[in-house]
Design a protein around this ligand. Structure first.
Ligand code: Z5A
Length: 230
């Protein structure tokens, strides 16, 4: 099976009137900032919005998050891959699938499988195919309806990290080359899942970033409404 064929095994969950979105990008791309703004926008449209983060979102997932982000010794890339996939499977089963059963719900993930493609698949050199094969069992075959990839160059990520002046976690200690590979990884993911992933310029005023995201969301909502009216 080649990568394009592997991609056909992934699909968005079918809960009419409910939506699953994810935000992607390297550190400092603006994910948290834009998630807050989109949540507010959707709540004003009377959606019930839940924000979940990866890794994490469940008791089990938060323990895995601490294990990796606070690790003082190197973790094998294969161990990283399975750790992120474990946290994801648990979050999908324990929270996401259950909550999407409640009418008018939007689930927003702060990172999802495209982070695994970029970080473990490309930057850690495991290969995109390996990452996708690890996700071939349900519920890991579920994808968001839309993923917003906030694209910024590696040097802007460093500038924003410096401005924040917080202690560096496990991945933030990696060198410049690692960040260039991450950008390459996200670009590859956006090519493979071109229908789902919307690449947004994260290097513009945050209101303009928000408007770009809202335009994509509105287009999906209109399309879904037209389909349900048929
Ligand atoms: N990881 C992995 O390896 N594999 C996986 O499968 C998954 C994750 C799921 C989780 O990190 C780590 O796990 C992550 C990848 C790895 N690597 N690291 N580190 P995390 O959740 O702790 O951190 P993060 O996701 O990278 O969050 P972040 O660093 O906070 O970035 P952000 O949420 O994208 O950015 P932000 O907080 O919204 O903005 C950063 C700053 O920039 C802030 O001061 C903003 O005010 C400013 N900002 C934002 N937008 C703009 C614009 N447009 N203009 C100017 N300034 C802006």
């Amino acid at each position: 099976m080649d990568i394009k064929e592997l991609a056909t095994h992934f699909r968005a969950p079918a809960f009419p009137g409910c939506y699953f979105f994810s935000f992607e990008g390297i550190e400092g791309a603006g994910k948290s900032t834009q998630i807050i703004k989109l949540k507010e926008y959707l709540e004003n449209k009377n959606f019930r919005v839940l924000v979940l983060r990866e890794p994490g979102g469940t008791v089990f997932g938060e323990k895995l998050r601490q294990a990796i982000l606070n690790s003082q010794s190197p973790i094998h890339p294969v161990a990283e891959l399975h750790l992120f996939a474990s946290s994801r499977a648990q979050l999908l089963q324990e929270v996401t699938l259950k909550e999407l059963g409640v009418p008018n719900t939007v689930i927003i993930y702060d990172r999802y499988i495209d982070s695994t493609i970029a970080y473990q698949g490309v930057a850690r050199s495991l290969g995109i195919e390996t990452v996708m094969r690890t996700h071939l069992s349900f519920p890991l075959t579920l994808t968001p309806h839309l993923s917003f990839y906030l694209r910024i160059p590696a040097d802007l990520s460093h500038t924003r990290q410096k401005m924040r002046n917080a202690p560096k976690d496990y991945f933030e200690k990696q060198g410049d080359n690692f960040y260039d590979k991450l950008v390459e990884g996200y670009d590859r993911a956006a090519e493979i899942f071109s229908d789902r992933i919307k690449t947004i310029n994260g290097n513009q005023d945050l209101e303009l970033v928000h408007q770009d995201i809202v335009a994509r969301v509105e287009s999906l909502l209109t399309q879904s409404q037209e389909t349900s009216d048929l």
